[in-house]
Structure formats: C-alpha cells, structure tokens
Design a binder for this molecule. Structure first.
Ligand code: PFF
Length: 442
C-alpha cells in the first residue's frame, strides 16, 4: 500500500484536478475521456511497467540506471534528460502549486463567500499578472516540497503520501456529490457520459496521450527512481495497475466534481487552463447567496485538495534530482534540496513572471510558462517514455524483464500475462507513440 500510495502521490496532482477537466472541456467531453482511458490502459500502463522494471532491476538513480543499459555517451545523455525533465517540470508546476496555495488562503478567509460574482470577475487575471505575489507563493510552495523531500523517502515521502492520498479521495468524492446535486448538473453529467465524436480531431488524440503521460508521471525518471527503492518481493504489475486505476478514478471524480458545477452555473467548459481558478470561485460566490455555510466549506475543501495533490506530485518531481545528487555527487539530502530549490525557484520565477512583467517575452509564440509546459509534456515526456519502452523492450535482456515483472516466475498470474505485456512494450507502445507524433506534425 505504501508503494502504491507513493506512486499515486506522484500521479494524482494538478494533472487530474486542473489539467484534465479543462482538456475535457476543450475537447468535447466524453469522447476525449474514452480515448484517454484507452491510451492509459494500452500505452501508458506498459510504459509504467517498463520504467518500474528498469528502476527495480538497477536499484540506482535514473541516470545511472539508463547508463547500465546503454553504456557510453548516449546512455549518459538519455539518463541526464530523465533527471532534467522533472526539474524543468517542477519549475512551472510549482507556479500553479503556488496559485492553489493562494486560492486556499482566499477560501479560508471566506473571500469567495463575501464577494459578489461581479466583484470576483478578473480576479485571477489580476493575481497572476501581479509583479511579485504569485512569485512569492511559487517559492513558498517549492520550499514546502523541498522540506518534505529533505526528510527522506521513508519518513518524508511515504508518510506524507500515506495519509494524504486517502484524504484526497474522500475530499473529491464529497465535492463530486455536492456538485451533482446542484440545479442543472445533469447537463454536465450528460456531457461527461455521451461521446460526441464530431468534436474529435488529431489534436484530441495528442492531447489525450500527453495528458495520460503527464498524469501517470511517465518519461520523467520518477517511476524509475521510486521503483529503485522497492523491495524485491513487491509485485510491480499490481503496483502499476493499482496506480493507473487510482489515477484514472481520481481524474474521473475530478471531472464529475467540476464539469457539472460549471454547467450548473451556465459557464462554458472550454475556458482552458484558467477553468478552475476562474470559474469555481464564481460558482462558490453564486451559491453562497443561498447556502453560505456549505459553500464556504466546499470552497475550502476544494482548494485544500488541489494544494495537497500538487504537493505530493511536486515532492516526486524533486526526488529524482535529489536521488541523482546524493548518489552520484555524494551530496547530503539537505544540500541537494537547497540547490534544486534555488535552480527550480529561479526558472519558475521567470515562468511565473511571464503572466505579468515578462509577458512580452515569447518563445515560439508562447509565453515562458506555456513554452515550458508544452516542451515538457509534448517533447521531453514523450521522448523519455519512448526511451524507456525501447530500453525495457529491446535493450534489457528478456530474462531480466521477466525476473522483475514476475519476481523470478514466482508470481504465476504475472508470468501468464508477461508475453502480452512484452508485446505491448515492444511493438504497440512505440508504434502508437510514433504514429501519434507523426500525425500531429501533418
Ligand atoms: N502526475 C502529476 C499530475 O498529474 O499532476 C504531474 C507530474 C508529476 C508529472 C511528476 C510528471 C512527473 F514526473
């Protein structure tokens, strides 16, 4: 359970509560969900198994693990990419983590309840473009993640995830129940359940794939790093399926918590990345006119859920770099956390300022935050995932992959599933990923 909780802690995060609902809203609802679920089971789960087998097989940080399989310069670079990707991601992820922290404080101070919807209009825009406030929250959020990681894997990460993940499930179920009882929520439910394939384009598939990788934390060295701490007796297939199922369930619950509420308030679900921060306070304020107490409680629970989910994922992002620095550069955990806090804090600050003072700085037509996000989820993570499946499917000896996924053949059910899993790994996943990349370029 502790292993699944740590994996789920990494997987369940802003990707489920912030990214998933707005992508569903932008891509027409149920059809997107269907594609996303299929991709997770057919493409992402095999990548998860590949990365966990590499990690536990090698028992070292992800840069060294990749170098074992690919000696020489290429291996060093691949491994390095997997250490850098999560740090890159963490830099802008903690900007959004900072927003969730600010919104939790606003919910606690009952701001949404005491303001009229009109007074809240433009609030989020004003906040993210402020010259220093979001930066301060970003750094505080990052500092908290660094503090937990500094305590180590057993006393920091495992302990934190063991209580926070069940708490998150309880919170999101409560919020979904509340949301489903709102007047007009049934239109949202229909949107989530009745696929409209006329809205599906090549982009829908790419968005669904990127979201599936992002949500399961694939291609970033995290699964490799966490798996290197797993004991030999644990069942990797059960850990993989358990993580994927809890991640999917949580995403769907988040969809049912947010989309019906959005419909009930008569708001368009396709608002994009600002969806939850922009529309939810508005919904809470609207409802406060009839039920102020309930509305205040749900607002607090909601932003607390986002904040906790973001923090457990940020912790996993940091652990990859810390494992590398402590194992290869013999740095203490405290020092490694401090160094990475400075580096990610600096890059994240630039991303944070890209909504305000640095909004004119553009790379490939995008501001720094959007550039960082699209480079991470559309390029680095896809590349990292592709490298992992090729390593596990084609470079790692079959016997070694078999040993890791079946515990030396002692897990009978796994041994029976092994040929299918290896087939997915060797052919279906790499061909699927390449096809989607090529089709998105056309
Ligand atoms: N899976 C996390 C989420 O859904 O928010 C984000 C994430 C964490 C992505 C760790 C990648 C990663 F390596």
């Amino acid at each position: 359970m502790a292993v699944i909780a740590a994996f789920a802690g990494s997987a369940i995060g802003l990707g489920n509560i912030w990214r998933f609902p707005y992508l569903v809203g932008e891509n027409g609802g149920a059809a997107f969900i269907l594609i996303y679920v299929v991709f997770t089971l057919v493409l992402s789960l095999p990548i998860f198994l590949a990365e966990s087998a590499i990690g536990r097989g090698s028992q070292v940080n992800c840069r060294a693990a990749v170098s074992f399989l690919v000696p020489g310069r290429a291996g060093r670079w691949f491994g390095f990419l997997m250490v850098l990707t999560p740090l890159w991601l963490l830099s802008y992820y903690s900007v959004v983590g900072g927003w969730s922290m600010d919104y939790l404080i606003r919910a606690l101070s009952l701001e949404f309840i005491h303001s009229t919807p009109d007074q809240l209009a433009g609030n989020f825009e004003r906040f993210i473009s402020h010259p220093w406030m979001p930066m301060l929250f970003h750094l505080s959020f990052l500092g908290m993640a660094a503090a937990v990681v500094a305590f180590g894997v057993k006393s920091g990460i495992e302990k934190f995830c063991k209580w926070s993940i069940p708490t998150l499930f309880v919170l999101i179920v409560l919020i979904a129940v509340y949301s489903l009882t709102l007047p007009g929520a049934n239109r949202g439910v229909e949107y989530l359940m009745k696929p409209d394939f006329s809205k599906v384009t090549a982009h829908t598939f790419i968005d669904a794939l990127g979201q599936s990788f992002f949500s399961l934390s694939l291609g970033t060295g995290i699964i490799i790093t966490y798996s290197s701490y797993i004991k030999k007796g644990e069942n990797l297939m059960v850990a993989g399926v358990g993580t994927a199922v809890s991640d999917l369930t949580f995403a769907l619950l988040a969809g049912f918590a947010i989309i019906p509420a959005v419909f009930s308030a008569g708001i368009e679900p396709g608002a994009g990345p600002t969806l939850i921060f922009d529309t939810l306070p508005f919904i809470f304020s609207n409802l406060a006119q009839q039920m102020p107490f309930l509305s205040a409680v749900v607002a607090i629970l909601f932003f607390a859920a986002i904040f906790i989910a973001a923090l457990t994922s940020a912790i996993s992002l940091l652990e990859v770099g810390v494992a590398y620095l402590t194992e290869e550069k013999e740095m203490s955990r405290g020092r490694a956390c401090a160094l990475l806090f400075v580096l990610c804090g600096a890059f994240g600050t630039l991303c944070s300022l890209s909504f305000g003072p640095l909004s004119r700085v553009r790379l490939l037509g995008l501001n720094l935050f959007d550039f960082a996000d699209s480079a991470a989820s559309n390029v680095f993570m896809v590349l990292g995932s592709l490298i992992s499946v090729i390593l596990a499917g084609w470079v790692m000896p079959r016997s070694e992959l078999f040993r890791e996924l079946t515990n030396g053949g002692t897990l009978r059910a796994n041994a029976r599933l092994f040929p299918a899993a290896r087939f997915l790994l060797q052919y279906v996943t790499p061909i699927g990923i390449l096809t989607l990349i090529l089709s998105s370029m056309l």
